[in-house]
Design a protein around this ligand. Structure first.
Ligand code: NPG
Length: 372
């Protein structure tokens, strides 16, 4: 497939409610949309999941725009005829930047699958038509506010609740939600907010029958996670630490994780995600699909991935209404706690071009000759 041009667009969408985690509060979702146009006229879309600030990962929106324009896209144009399967190898000399790399690989894959008339789900090997939805609940101002929000999600049909925690907001909110909903599948996510001196404190979560605790320690502290996993009975699940197939393999070998959260952006794309999924299936490890407040474009591809057989736990794959008043695609609507896996070619969703225009804050078009 020969690429004619790549449009990089910055958009900003208001969130229906602020989302607070241990690393900050999001009021808006700023992200990059990529549109790849081929010389045959096919258009492939993707979103780059990096946030506006480097707080969750070192990547951030405008940094991704820069690395795409200066280092990644020139390599793609230079290669000429390119298939999505070749993108990771072409971009390997540029270190890191998984989210930016995933975005270009995904947009090329979307164009390729649209040309071939194949859906993302069939291409990746999905085995289900519907996937179970979980929801991630931010740190609230008060316990009462948290209870109200969880109550809303449970009444909407979400099948699993994830509570964001941090020191000072952990045992009490978890114990309250567990008492009110003794049977709801419940898990927590610390986004690296604890340290090696907190093992005994985190042990206090053991009585609440949690599915897992996600990324309690620093992303580089894989050994610390292995130590913690020996002290607490709640299963430890890694998110930020898993940036590639190799890091997943090492974390499993060290017994630092017994469940893995796969985020395609964090690991450099859908091909790497499928490899991690396959490793986990071989190793008898459960996986689930994480989320980064994606719009319908990123969500569509994630929902297809989450339909692979190894994704046995509900993901952070919530309905569009969990995040946005209006999505930039046909919205994902939950039915009985599930979302439908798109079946149309490529990512399989209709794009709302007018709305995208309205919320665009900058556009650049890159060709083989540089910025247009
Ligand atoms: O449903 O998309 C969603 C949000 C799920 O909690 C969620 N994501 O740490 O996993 C996370 C967190 C996140 C959000 C991370 C935004 C980075 C950016």
């Amino acid at each position: 497939m020969e690429i004619k041009e790549v449009e990089i667009r910055v958009i900003e969408l208001p969130l229906v409610r602020p989302f607070r985690t241990s690393f900050g509060t999001q009021f808006h979702r700023e992200l990059l949309l990529l549109k790849v146009t081929t010389t045959d006229g096919a258009a492939g879309w993707s979103e780059c999941v990096a946030m506006s600030e480097p707080l969750y990962s070192p990547e951030y929106t405008l940094g991704c725009q820069d690395v795409l324009e200066r280092f990644l896209l020139p390599r793609i144009f230079h290669a000429g005829d390119t298939r999505a399967e070749e993108v990771a190898d072409l971009l390997r000399p540029v270190l890191g930047h998984q989210m930016a790399k995933a975005a270009i690989e995904t947009a090329i894959l979307d164009a390729q699958l649209k040309e071939a008339g194949i859906s993302f789900g069939s291409f990746l090997g999905s085995s289900r038509e519907m996937i179970d939805c979980g929801v991630s609940v931010g740190i609230a101002k008060t316990i009462e506010d948290l209870v109200k929000e969880v109550d809303l999600y449970i009444s909407q049909g979400y099948r699993r609740i994830k509570l964001k925690i941090e020191p000072g907001w952990d045992i009490e909110p978890v114990s309250t939600i567990r008492q009110l909903w003794p049977d709801i599948p419940l898990q927590v996510d610390a986004n690296q907010a604890y340290s090696r001196s907190d093992y005994n404190h985190l042990k206090k979560l053991d009585p609440f029958n949690l599915l897992l605790i996600e990324q309690p320690l620093d992303e580089h502290d894989v050994l610390g996670h292995a130590e913690l996993a020996r002290v607490i009975s709640t299963p430890v699940c890694l998110d930020e630490s898993i940036t590639s197939l190799e890091s997943a393999r090492d974390a499993l070998a060290l017994q630092a994780t017994t469940i893995i959260n796969i985020k395609p952006g964090r690991v450099g794309g859908y091909f790497e995600s499928v490899k991690i999924h396959d490793l986990c299936v071989e190793s008898d490890i459960a996986v689930w699909c994480g989320g980064m407040l994606e719009t319908g474009i990123g969500r569509a591809a994630n929902v297809a991935l989450a339909a692979l057989p190894g994704f046995t736990l509900p993901g952070d794959t919530s309905a569009s209404s969990r995040y946005f008043q209006r999505d930039i695609t046909t919205p994902f609507v939950m039915q009985n706690g599930q979302l439908q896996v798109p079946t149309a070619p490529g990512i399989g969703v209709e794009i709302d071009h007018d709305f995208i225009e309205e919320i665009t804050t900058a556009v650049r078009v890159i060709t083989s000759k540089g910025r247009k």
